[in-house]
Design a protein around this ligand. Sequence first.
Ligand SMILES: [Zn+2]
Length: 582
Amino acid sequence: MAFVSNDEINEIRAQADIVSIIGSYIPLTQRGKNYVCVCPFHDDHSPSMSVSSEKQIYKCFSCGATGNVFTFVSEYENVPFIEAVSIVANKIGRKLSLDTYKSNVNQVFKEEYEIMLLAQKFYQNNLRTSFAKEANKYLKDRNMTEDIIKEFGIGLSLDSNDSLIKLLNSKNYDNKKLENIGLINNVNGKFYDMFSRRITFPLWDKDGNIVGFSARVYRGEKDVSKYMNSKESKIFKKGETLYNYHNAVNHAKREKSIIVVEGFMDAIRISSIGIKNVVALQGTAMTDNQITMLKKLRVKVILCLDNDNAGLIATLNNGEELVKNNIETFVIRLSGEKDPDEYILANGAEAFQKNVQNPISFFEFKINNLKSNKDLNNVEDLATYVNDVLKNLSTTTDEILREVTLNKLSNDYNLSIDVLKKKLLSFAPVEVKSIKQPAKKERVKKEAYTIASEKILYFMMNGNEYINEYRNKLGFFSDSIHREIANEIVYYYETNKKITVADFITYITNKNNIKEKVMEIVNNAINDIVTIEAMDEYIDVVLKITTKNEIKRLKDLMKKELDMDKKMKLAEQIAELKKEDV
Ligand SMILES: [Zn+2]
């Protein structure tokens, strides 16, 4: 089969001028060597995006968006990277067969995905057999219509515990492989289906590949757990998936919001009433990976977790994390029923829609929550409450929110606004940023060592001479992520015999562990003048700090060392290092 090679993708990138491709989406203005435009990836009012014709990359000074021509098209059109390659190819008049490329990128797990799809089709077909009477009655009782069953690929694992394995063996799939992806179970050397006597719900990764199943009992069995999930495997990492994400992405972008629920049944139910921008955590706590997935959507997040205490605590914790990540966060708390699924079944679609139209901001939710367990007619409780509100308020930079909240406190409890303001200042000696300025991306203060290391990595992406300089003069980073990126750069160069920043970006787009960091490094360095002299200066900084740290480490060792001989040896080592460090 003819695959589209990396070389060909790089060729397409080299032929497609980023200035004219981005210019075909949004107007660009030339400013010096670069072009600027209003950033399409955040709520931009003045041109924050810079496009470098020389480097063939773009960066936003405000929200941090960075990348090459493919990542721009992928983000702007909201399509997978591979499709962006094909779109760009089309724009410059080259033909690219998407299917062949798709099978190229996914070929590592191609067979696993194939098997999962086959299993899902098998389970789904079981619902149409005579064995499915009880299961179909259960689904009907739960208001799971034919449409829902189809849309979410719901199926049935049969009573016999070898029907799936028989099917898959007849297609000559290896049992070890089936066991590894959690479809079958090895009991004393004999293999059985992992799921039986359960309704099955496929779980997808972010690209829509089936990577596992969740299966629940339907006959009211009490002696087994209600739900059984696929174990983690090389294709299924629970913390890296959000149920229904692949379906919800486009709807979320259109609605400019995404609703986050706990269970997949909630997501299915909400989707069934026409609200398609919904994903499920499959639990209560949000992982860093899930937050990154949500952040990438650049839309507001609406938390709608279960109506119990665990759901309340999870709303507070997850909301805090989302806000920390600069994600605009809202909250819906349903009352009465235990979760969105039951709420909709009991109160109907319209009642739920009303909730969706009126979410409260996470801040307001947090403030309201401070009132719980307090009697605000009691002076002490009221004082505690007001203090807590001011403490929370001191962490926000939103001036209007401060003003509104202070006025409300003052009115509601008859307190002097000046006293409140004074008290607020005592919690927050920081300057209040003006709301009128666009929210600048939080610049985390980096140490000289990190800055220098990251500059060196950026230089390395600019050509072999910089990679050689690194190899000859440094050769190693103590920080694991820097080390990993350096290894990838070297590997990329070895394989392709040339390297540019823009092509390296293509290469790392599916390397989730380093992607964000590489983009951040490029974003910070895009306007740097790349010379060997400048690189040497950064290498110098890293070496000096490394030596300094080593001296400190040895000194600490020396302090603790009781053996005089060993102590002397350490002192010699330190003296040696100090000589170098001039
Ligand atoms: Zn931006």
